[in-house]
Design a protein around this ligand. Structure first.
Ligand SMILES: C[S@@+](CC[C@H](N)C(=O)[O-])C[C@H]1O[C@@H](n2cnc3c(N)ncnc32)[C@H](O)[C@@H]1O
Length: 264
């Protein structure tokens, strides 16, 4: 779970420890707490009040790397159900502008409910992120892209995703990243993230964005334990500084999979 500083009371940490046995604070992010699997953190009054958001520990990494600041304008291009929108709002203290977009009308209601519950002051829109057009550009853009979700597949004991699915999604993911390149301020930053392992959806998408847009890879500032990116896969070399890419797998946090690239 992630403590939501917009709603958490001053004595949050103590109340959490009273409510749950064996709560452990994450060592790379003081707002993240680990609970034993048997606990049901979605069933408490603290949760209902929005004092925390239930999520995988790895899911807190992209916003950590985006590092949004109070006063900045931020676009969350693929936002539902809103975990990262809520994290962005908490990081900026709701000072600034936050637009949370998702192309799925069905998923938009969960985004709105979660934003309401966690007190995230986000304007929600329902557009295809590839065609998103705003009046202004944004200081920060998060592209938490739809992906084959190999992290979840691992947990369910399933194998790798079908490479054809990965390649189809990679075209969509690239278009979303290309839109982000248009939507970000010249001095701003974009974070691209997925929860899959496939290099087709990760390094290859970032490689193409560096080649075909004005985005450049930047060094991420994060304390999360991670591997760096791949320099090539199945005979395809990537022309990027793989040391600047972040790959978190279950062996790092005993949590999910996350891939992140910070581009400026
Ligand atoms: C990985 S999920 C996002 C999770 C979310 N960022 C969070 O932290 O709760 C990817 C989202 O992308 C949305 N999506 C898929 N295609 C899209 C598109 N073309 N434009 C915008 N959103 C899209 C999906 O509906 C889905 O909600």
């Amino acid at each position: 779970m992630r403590r939501n500083d917009l709603k958490a009371s001053d004595d949050f940490d103590g109340r959490l420890r009273n409510r749950f046995d064996d709560v452990e604070q994450s060592d790379w992010n003081p707002r993240v707490f680990r609970l034993p699997e048997a606990e049901k953190p979605g069933n408490t009054y603290m949760h209902w009040r929005g004092e925390y958001y239930v999520q995988e520990e790895s899911a807190a990494v992209p916003v950590d790397i985006l590092n949004p600041q109070p006063g900045e304008s931020v676009l969350d291009l693929c936002a539902a159900p809103g975990g990262k929108t809520s994290q962005i709002a908490a990081r900026t203290g709701n000072r600034g502008e936050l637009v949370a977009n998702d192309s799925s009308r069905n998923r938009l209601s969960s985004l709105q409910v979660n934003s309401y519950r966690t007190g995230a002051a986000a304007a929600t829109t329902c557009r295809d992120g590839r065609d998103f057009a705003g009046r202004d550009r944004f200081d920060k853009v998060l592209v938490d892209a739809p992906c084959t979700g190999e992290g979840d597949r691992l947990r369910r004991g399933e194998g790798a995703a079908d490479p054809e699915n990965s390649e189809g999604l990679a075209r969509l993911q690239y278009r979303l990243l290309e839109a982000a390149a248009r939507l970000v301020n010249p001095s701003g930053a974009v974070v691209y993230s997925t929860c899959t392992l496939s290099p087709h959806e990760n390094e290859a998408v970032v490689d193409r964005a560096i080649e075909e847009t004005e985005l450049e890879l930047a060094a991420p500032e994060t304390r999360v334990p991670h591997d760096t990116g791949l320099e090539g896969f199945e005979g395809q070399g990537f022309d990027l500084e793989a040391g600047k890419l972040v790959r978190v797998t279950p062996r790092h946090l005993d949590s999910g999979v996350i891939f992140c690239a910070r581009l400026e």
